[in-house]
Design a protein around this ligand. Structure first.
Ligand code: CA
Length: 471
């Protein structure tokens, strides 16, 4: 069970102002002037705290799934072994639709978590018992944006400006391929600033929900889930300026509006973003991650064209509950784009979850720098990591709080957290130009168009970097 230590990285994004003047030409996203002076009025987050430790989980909580048909008395007896009490029964719509009538239980126990799991695993009635793991974002602070040319991750070898290690989105844009408002993407992360000047036009809404009528109009179990749902807070507030810079940064790389004379440009200039917020100040848990994944699965089953979720987070250890949720998404045709993690290790030997699950809908994404290197922090793996995408010196959207007011800001950040959303944007871009493409066709398009890259050789399945120039 224990795979070793996990390297946890707290998010910290340095804030600064960015002004971009975008010319009408599709491929010219260059004239970005940086104002790097950080005012004391600007909110700053804690600095990074890099440390090695065991997989983290919520104290005195377990996820327990009993085998189908186990009687209440047998369950009660099992839980009595650990002095356990049921805190929550988790049975999502997606679980029910997949034929699971019982879901799993969030159980409180006064005993140590690993001790309690050991006791439960001896019982025949128990399908699984596991910790409620804590996941953290895969971003690390970056102060090197001076050295990088603004949106290098969107450029290609023949764009202006050029950066051959970018994902070449600018070439697709020049061909008129800039996304579609018919394509939805789920952001499983912190929340995001859906009012941001560079995101508002691409803020998706749940079409089945009437805002603020205090009724679950679409019957999905969530009341007034217009922009998504906050699983960490169990409410519909998916943006908090003091918490959601990582989620907003991810959103901007996927789908900041391009060619609007503001800020930055995402891989898709037109897309619909929905929030599955499951991270709070202390990270997110397995129980909430499962609910967030199932939320999008159920929305897709209800008819929304959700092509992928972006998952720029990691932690914990193998979780059957999380694997099962990703598999329900797979069955619904939703891709699961995952940051490979920032542990600087070989995932073939030391898994990093969720990127390392074997579900066929996962694309595991390493980072690449603007000079074509695998950055020091990025995980890799010849069989377990699929592709690399721009991850260092990535400028995107963030909320900026000045004197208590929230403004649209921009910041640079590093991490596989920043690489994954380039791929998620690529998936959405591909579907926009290939309507009706299946999940496996999209994965094949992403992987087969990767450009072999010397310093990635032997480091990932494709040995290459993301290339959406032909999308
Ligand atoms: Ca609803």
């Amino acid at each position: 069970m224990k795979k070793g230590t996990v390297y946890s990285i707290m998010t910290a994004i340095s804030l600064f102002g960015v002004m971009a003047i975008l010319s009408p030409g599709c491929s010219n996203e260059n004239s970005v002037a940086l104002n790097a002076s950080t005012s004391e009025d600007v909110k700053t987050r804690s600095s990074s705290d890099v440390s090695y430790h065991e997989p983290q989980f919520v104290a005195n909580e377990l996820l327990v799934k009993f085998k189908p048909g186990v009687s209440t008395s047998v369950r009660d007896s099992a839980l009595s072994h650990i002095s356990g009490s049921i805190a929550e029964k988790i049975l999502t719509h997606a679980m029910k639709r997949s034929g699971d009538k019982e879901g799993f239980l969030l159980v409180n126990t006064p005993k140590g978590v690993l001790n309690a799991i050991g006791l439960l695993k001896k019982l025949d009635a128990v399908e699984y018992a596991e910790p409620n793991y804590i996941y953290t974002t895969d971003a690390i602070p970056d102060d090197s944006y001076f050295a990088n040319d603004s949106l290098w991750g969107m450029y290609g070898a023949s764009t202006f400006p050029a950066n051959q290690y970018g994902c070449n989105a600018a070439t697709a844009w020049a061909a008129g391929h800039t996304g579609s408002s018919d394509v939805y993407v789920g952001i499983i992360d912190e929340g995001y600033m859906y009012t941001h000047e560079d995101l508002a036009a691409n803020a998706g809404i749940n079409p089945g929900e009437i805002p603020d009528n205090k009724i679950d109009d679409d019957g999905n179990g969530y009341v007034d889930d217009v922009y998504g749902w906050n699983f960490a807070g169990n409410n519909n507030k998916i943006f908090d300026a003091s918490l959601d810079d990582h989620g907003t940064h991810v959103a901007g790389t996927i789908g900041a509006v391009g060619n609007n004379g503001k800020g930055v440009a995402g891989v898709c200039w037109s897309v619909k973003l929905l929030s599955g917020k499951f991270m709070g100040r202390k990270g997110g848990t397995t129980a909430d991650a499962v609910k967030a994944i199932d939320y999008f699965t159920a929305l897709k089953k209800a008819g929304l064209n959700i092509v992928a979720t972006n998952n720029s987070w990691s932690g914990g250890d193998y979780s059957q509950a999380l694997y099962d949720a990703i598999e329900r998404a797979n069955a619904a045709g939703i891709l699961f784009i995952a940051a490979a993690g920032n542990n600087a290790w070989n995932c073939d030997k030391m898994p990093c979850y969720p990127a390392s699950y074997t579900n066929s809908n996962i694309i595991s994404v390493a980072a690449i720098t603007s000079s074509g290197e695998l950055p020091y922090y990025s995980n890799y793996g010849l069989t377990s990591v699929d592709i690399a995408a721009p991850g260092s010196g990535i400028i995107s959207c963030v909320p900026q709080v000045i004197k208590g007011k929230t403004f649209s800001g921009y910041a640079s950040s590093d991490g596989t957290s920043m690489a994954a959303p380039h791929v998620t944007g690529a998936v959405a871009l591909y579907l926009s130009t290939h309507p009706g493409a299946t999940a496996s066709e999209i994965i094949n398009a992403i992987l087969s168009s990767a450009i072999p890259t010397a310093l990635l050789s032997g480091k990932c399945v494709t040995g290459g970097r993301l290339n959406v120039g032909g999308f």
